[in-house]
Design a binder for this molecule. Structure first.
Ligand code: COD
Ligand code: ZN
Ligand code: ZN
Length: 376
């Protein structure tokens, strides 16, 4: 491509300070270094986690920052040592990388590559520098993805190649929301046919958990949300019952206990609050239930519960990005989608031009959007 090796000027949404809305700017994006890839982002979804960073809920973030971690695009140019993709390939950025070499990558039980941005600086490329500048200032990366920029640079480990025929404006949701929820049910919990499930939080990720439970053959899927506007879609996607904590004067775990007689086989917390994490745990079967934590509460909060909640045999597990080994598993999920095995489209409630990103965040704040996809 004519731009290879050059600095590209393009549109991006910069969050200058914690608490501010993203601001549309022209940024400079430096060429990719040795094992990096520069991608032209075509579509990107707005996830709650982007908003948590915007609001300053995670303490280890530096500003100004370009967030965005649910995207799809086309490779523009690659660094000299890159072998996994070439210019023109269609790709999805990965918010958990896969180096392929560390003890975690070599272990089939985990997707937590040790070369990730949690073990290193989240906000800079692995070599501790940034590829973004705006108005003469260094702008930080986020999760090595920063998809709220028309061009972005990521390490080779943070990208996967997908079928060039896949619609980028839809499959961008594989980058986080859909895969996170669907995998929590299918890959982390391994929900069995006939089992009972409860899903706390019916946002884009929670609805994807509902879809995963349904695909796995769950006989009962109880959706829990304080916003009843989420119920119709949840039922359309497989929830058999939907309840709001506001409609009961007892805690929702007691309600679920009464509904099921003993508690559900699998409960999922997909809100990101410690109080609902404990409620989700207590909603699962005392003798053999599994509670899966998907949400991540703001930094600094600690989860506390009486040990008896798990001593009898309940399990409390976590799931990050659905437990998928993203580099290998996402292209397969995209193929499943192309073969109509999963209904990703149901999650896209709004599609807006990138310039309307602030409106997109507003829809999220108002609880109006499931997923708002922005198109460059
Ligand atoms: N009780 C019941 N429902 C509630 C409550 C409550 N107290 N509070 C909020 N809700 C509902 C809301 O009405 C909403 O419908 C839903 O919970 C949350 O949905 P969204 O749309 O805000 O969020 P999602 O689905 O896009 O994301 C949920 C996550 C849990 C993934 C996210 O918030 C999170 O915790 N992110 C951090 C973890 C992480 O990084 N995950 C992977 C990458 S994002
Ligand atoms: Zn996300
Ligand atoms: Zn690794």
């Amino acid at each position: 491509m004519a731009t290879a090796g050059k600095v590209i000027k393009c549109r991006a949404a910069v969050i200058w300070e914690a608490g501010q809305m993203p601001s549309l700017e022209e940024v400079e994006v430096a060429p990719p270094r040795t094992d990096e890839i520069r991608v032209k982002i075509v579509a990107t979804g707005i996830c709650r986690t982007d908003d948590h960073v915007r609001a300053g809920h995670f303490h280890d973030i530096d500003y100004p920052v370009i967030v965005g971690h649910e995207g799809a695009g086309i490779v523009e140019s690659v660094g000299p040592k890159v072998t996994c993709v070439k210019p023109g390939d269609h790709v999805i950025p990965l918010c958990i990388p896969h180096c392929g070499e560390c003890v975690s990558c070599l272990n089939p039980k985990t997707n937590f590559c040790l070369k990730n941005h949690f073990c290193q600086s989240q906000n800079l490329m692995p070599d501790k520098t940034s590829r973004f500048t705006c108005k003469g200032k260094r702008v930080y990366h986020f999760l090595w993805t920063s998809t709220f920029s028309e061009y972005t640079v990521m390490p080779e480990a943070s990208i996967t190649k997908i079928d060039n025929a896949a619609p980028l404006e839809k499959v961008c949701l594989f980058g986080c929301g859909f895969s996170t929820g669907y995998g929590a049910a299918i890959s982390s919990a391994k929900v069995e046919p006939g089992s009972t499930c409860a899903v706390f939080g019916l946002g884009g990720v929670g609805l994807s958990v509902v879809m995963g439970c349904k695909t796995a053959g769950a006989s009962r899927i109880i959706g829990v949300d304080i916003n009843k506007e989420k119920f119709a879609k949840a039922k359309e996607l497989g929830a058999t019952d939907c309840i709001s904590p506001n409609d009961f004067d007892k805690s929702i775990d007691k309600v679920i206990l009464e509904m099921t007689g003993i508690g559900v086989d699998y409960s999922f917390e997909v809100i990101g609050r410690i109080d609902t994490e404990v409620t989700a745990l207590a909603s699962s079967r005392l003798d053999s239930g599994t509670c899966v934590l998907v949400g991540e509460p703001p930094s600094g909060l600690e989860l506390a519960f009486i040990p008896r909640l798990i001593v009898m045999g309940r399990k409390l597990i976590g799931s990050s990005l659905g437990g998928w080994k993203l580099k290998e598993d996402l292209p397969k999920l995209v193929t499943d989608y192309m073969n109509k095995k999963c209904n990703l489209d149901a999650l896209i409630s709004h599609t807006l031009p990138f310039e309307k990103i602030v409106e997109g965040f507003g829809l999220l704040h108002a609880g109006k959007s499931i997923r708002c996809v922005l198109l460059f």
